[in-house]
Design a protein around this ligand. Structure first.
Ligand SMILES: [Zn+2]
Length: 188
């Protein structure tokens, strides 16, 4: 398994690269929220010019908040931002979706087939969790049609959360193939 390879690499890493001691508060006083897409690994930080210790980096599937969790805006992402803002000095937030996001092209048939193949009955889950139908399952997953619309929506959820203070919240989209950033909604 990959974990064995990772553990072996880590032994070498510890011998070769002593890490400097740095503080836990982000020195740019910023939190960035992006997707879990594997193509963003390393490229994301390089495209934004971010070094270790610069920002809090939060990743959720699609850089989004599931529709069901938007109403009270008290979900895990909001919780993490609250910790960053109140305890770690964050004063600016950027939501960064990306082109070719898997959640913008999620196929309900592929999803339910994959669940079945892995021993999870989608119909039973939909019934048990009161999701209504396959579209409800897709909404729970956070599927969306347009990355720009999704970024604007997530920005608005964060701006209007009663758990968070009024600080600039920006919305951006990063091109997954070039790393080019597009500022969709500039916070004030
Ligand atoms: Zn994505």
């Amino acid at each position: 398994m990959n974990i064995d390879e990772i553990m072996a690499y880590n032994e070498q890493f510890l011998q070769q690269r002593p890490l400097p001691i740095i503080g836990y508060a982000p020195r740019k006083h910023m939190a960035v929220v992006t997707c879990m897409d594997c193509r963003l690994v390393q490229m994301f930080e390089q495209a934004l010019g971010l070094e270790r210790g610069d920002v809090l980096e939060l990743r959720t599937s699609g850089a989004t908040i599931s529709e069901a969790e938007r109403t009270d805006a008290a979900n895990d992402l909001i919780r993490s931002l609250a910790g960053g803002i109140y305890l770690l000095g964050v004063r600016e937030v950027a939501i960064i979706g990306h082109t070719q996001c898997g959640l913008a092209h999620a196929d309900p048939t592929a999803l339910t087939a994959s669940m079945q193949a892995l021993g999870v009955d989608p119909e039973q889950l939909i019934k048990q969790e009161g999701l209504g139908d396959t579209q409800g399952l897709m909404r729970w997953l956070g599927a969306f049609d347009d990355v720009h619309v999704n970024v604007r929506e997530v920005v608005n959820v964060i701006r209007s959360s009663s758990y968070l203070p009024k600080i600039p919240v920006h919305g951006l989209v990063i091109d997954i193939t070039t790393g080019k950033l597009e500022l969709v909604d500039r916070g004030a």
